[in-house]
Design a protein around this ligand. Structure first.
Ligand code: NAP
Length: 309
């Protein structure tokens, strides 16, 4: 099968498009024929070795942990899914990814893909969808009527988080560059903040939840926009408990986990037209290098997806 893998950590030049053996499913796993694979910042962060202390990958490593495709074969003990099912997943990031014609995935990490969208869009949804769900609802405990500030609201995670927060009934404030303001208003953002020309901490009324997708200075400046007892949830860098305590607020760091039940909820919301994933760029699998370079620039709207079939 064709795949895009790395044999060492490094820049975009270490990505290799080549023939590789087709993997085989063991007990509790299925073989998925990949139709499309989403690109996420974690792909190039792993390629550059930033997560090597946390994830003990072996080479060659196939990158890409967002996938939509069709079940080709079953390992033993599979009860919920069958050959021919259209599925999507954010598979285990410790294993080989989806920049390939086939991937083996545990049944527990797969859900039926939304019926109303194609594989390209379904492949853009799992990682960002699960991240938004786990940050806003599990860690953040966001409730109807609460206020949430979402940083980088036009990005892959941000544009899904905006829609899930609106579905929950929250008041949503989002930061973005000017070119994305109209896009955010159409998604339902109640207050759009231009991070180039405004200091969000000077224009935002206190919020219950901050979704920090940036870390660094953005995180430091976010403490003061929280209500007493509010929570800052970061996916960019672990916030310090003592700083949160000094501000009379709470903090959490989320590293997104596979979750078939939450994926099924996300599929249901998509089919009910409550959630729409935006794909800005579609590239062939052989152009994964270009896709990662675009992702690394950090100014995309919505998602980048590799077409495999
Ligand atoms: N911990 C986890 O499990 C986890 C899960 C998912 C993602 N992440 C991390 O979360 C981050 C975001 O992921 P993503 O997929 O959403 O990335 P992305 O799609 O690449 O995000 C790009 C967005 O960032 C915006 N942006 C750039 N500079 C900004 C600034 N100074 N202030 C506000 N927005 C800014 C851009 O908006 P403009 O075009 O408007 O500038 C663009 O829309 C990445 O670092 C990723 O690795 C972590």
């Amino acid at each position: 099968m064709k795949s895009v893998c790395i044999y060492s950590y490094g820049g975009p030049e270490v990505l290799v498009y080549e023939d590789a053996p087709r993997p085989h499913p063991d007990a509790g796993e299925v073989l998925v024929r990949v139709h499309a694979a989403g690109i996420n910042p974690v792909d190039w962060k792993i390629r550059e070795g930033h997560l090597k202390e946390m994830l003990h990958h072996t080479f060659p490593l196939v990158l890409g942990w967002d996938v939509s495709g069709v079940i080709e074969a079953l390992g033993t003990g599979i009860t919920r899914l069958k050959v021919g099912d259209e599925v999507f997943s954010r598979p285990d990031i410790a294993r080989d990814g989806a920049y390939a014609e086939f991937i083996v995935i545990r049944e527990s990490e797969l859900a039926l893909k939304p019926k109303s969208i194609d594989h390209i869009h379904a492949a853009a949804l799992p990682l960002a969808g699960l991240t938004a769900w786990q940050t806003l609802f599990e860690a953040g405990g966001l409730l109807a009527g609460q206020r949430v500030l979402i940083h980088a609201a036009a990005g892959g995670v941000g544009h899904i988080a905006v829609q899930l927060a609106k579905w929950k009934g929250a008041h949503v404030i989002g930061t973005a560059a000017e070119r994305n303001h109209e896009f955010l208003r159409k998604l339902g953002v109640d207050q759009v903040i231009d991070y180039d020309t405004e200091r969000f901490e000077e224009v935002v009324q206190p919020v219950d939840v901050v979704l920090d997708t940036r870390g660094g200075e953005t995180q430091e400046r976010s403490w003061k926009v929280l209500k007493p007892g509010g929570i800052l949830v970061s996916i960019a860098s672990p916030p310090k408990a003592e700083i949160a305590a000094a501000h009379g607020v709470r903090q959490a760091f989320v590293f997104t986990q596979p979750n078939a039940v939450q994926l099924a909820e996300i599929a249901k919301l998509t089919d009910a037209e409550k959630l729409k994933v935006i794909v800005e760029t579609i590239l062939p699998l052989s152009d994964a290098t270009r896709g990662q370079e675009l992702s690394q620039r950090g100014h995309g709207r919505g998602k980048i997806v590799l077409r495999v079939i």
